[in-house]
Ligand binder design. Structure first.
Ligand SMILES: Nc1ncnc2c1ncn2[C@@H]1O[C@H](COP(=O)(O)OP(=O)(O)O)[C@@H](O)[C@H]1O
Ligand SMILES: Cc1ncc(C[n+]2csc(CCOP(=O)(O)OP(=O)(O)O)c2C)c(N)n1
Ligand SMILES: [Mg+2]
Length: 314
């Protein structure tokens, strides 16, 4: 099998939503009239974003999931993706499983894989994703307003706990299987993002860590926030370990949940949107005019974390 057999066999699927998909020098796409086009890229590097021995099907899922999560964060409907791969060797069983995970999730979200690139090299996966929102409707990072409630979807800290456990940093702690599942197969909150259009003021997805990512909203919206640490949602089985796992919950990363702000009078609309999307949401703090992020313990005292989130170069 050569490079082109590999592409034809595993990476060429029909793409009815594209004018022209895989097989030419470029794909041809026709965005929906009256919509804005969203484009985002995220890369996964072996040893940095995943362990080299991870199940290839899970890796295929995650490579697309983290990109779908960026579309979810904008409230966009994901439509097309490009898949760029560097593979150390041609291991057909590995590629077949990877493609199953990737294209399975793509099909579930109606995303057409319209192209990419394949080369030999250190195992690296890069996805470019494109999606749409009705013109001017997108959820951005720069639109939070003083007085907004701060919400987060799902549960935080599971993936970070699974990572630390795998690294031997949580001796004597048996984690629920949901933690490893969250690390390896995150579920992007695409439906929630779409439901929040017209309700949320600002949004982003939590990839580096809740505190670090919320700080991006604060910077771009020129405001501050207080967060009630006890309100940050996590897995029931991790509740007794909350104090020990606070760095995972508040700043761990790999959550791929949505953090968003909305005016208090839209709280019922937020809960209704979450119910339609089938995702739990928790109110965890408030946007204020006082600059900076204040993390508050149950007794109202301010907590300082050693790190707010993951940083590739820190
Ligand atoms: N090498 C790059 N060249 C141009 N823009 C980049 C590059 N790396 C990141 N960006 C941009 O910087 C912003 C922040 O990136 P990042 O923190 O990776 O966002 P996210 O967490 O949503 O993936 C995004 O708008 C992204 O497109
Ligand atoms: C083997 C391994 N080491 C470390 C991590 C933790 N980790 C790596 S990158 C990252 C943050 C998210 O990655 P990034 O490239 O910053 O994604 P983006 O914010 O651009 O979406 C985390 C928490 C991991 N998942 N796997
Ligand atoms: Mg990125």
């Amino acid at each position: 099998m050569n490079e082109f057999d590999l592409i034809r066999r595993y990476f060429t699927h029909s793409t009815p939503a594209a004018v022209l998909g895989v097989g030419d020098d470029a794909a041809i796409l026709r965005p929906t009239a009256g919509h804005d086009l969203h484009v985002s890229a995220d890369m996964l590097v072996s040893g940095r974003h995943f362990f080299a021995d991870v199940e290839p099907e899970a890796l295929g899922h995650k490579a697309l999931a983290v990109n779908l999560s960026d579309m979810a964060a904008m409230g966009a409907t994901p439509r097309w993706a490009l898949l760029t791969l560097a593979l150390p060797q041609l291991d057909e069983a590995w590629v077949a499983a990877f493609a199953r995970g990737f294209f399975g999730l793509a099909a579930a979200h109606g995303v057409g894989v319209v192209g990419g690139d394949t080369t030999r090299g250190p195992l690296t996966l890069s996805v470019t994703i494109m999606g749409e929102t009705p013109q001017g409707q997108a959820l951005r990072r720069d639109s939070a307003r003083s007085g907004d409630d701060i919400w987060v979807s799902g549960q935080l800290g599971l993936a970070a706990a699974a990572l630390r456990s795998r690294l031997g940093q949580l001796p004597g702690i048996a984690l629920p299987a949901d933690c490893l599942r969250q690390l390896e197969r995150p579920q992007p909150r695409v439906a929630l993002g779409q439901q929040l259009l017209g309700i949320a003021h600002a949004a982003l997805d939590v990839s580096d860590g809740f505190a670090a990512d919320l700080s991006h909203i604060l910077q771009r919206s020129h405001c501050g926030a207080e967060i009630w640490l006890d309100a940050l949602p996590t897995h029931p089985a991790l509740q007794p370990l909350r104090a020990q796992l606070l760095p995972c919950i508040a700043a761990g990363g790999d959550d791929y949940e949505l953090c968003f702000t909305a005016p208090p009078e839209r709280a019922a609309a937020v809960l209704a949107a979450a119910a339609v999307a089938g995702v739990a949401v928790s109110k965890v703090g408030r946007i204020s005019t006082v600059p900076g992020l204040r993390l508050l313990a149950g007794d109202g005292s301010e907590v300082q974390l050693e790190r707010l989130g993951y940083d590739h170069f820190a």
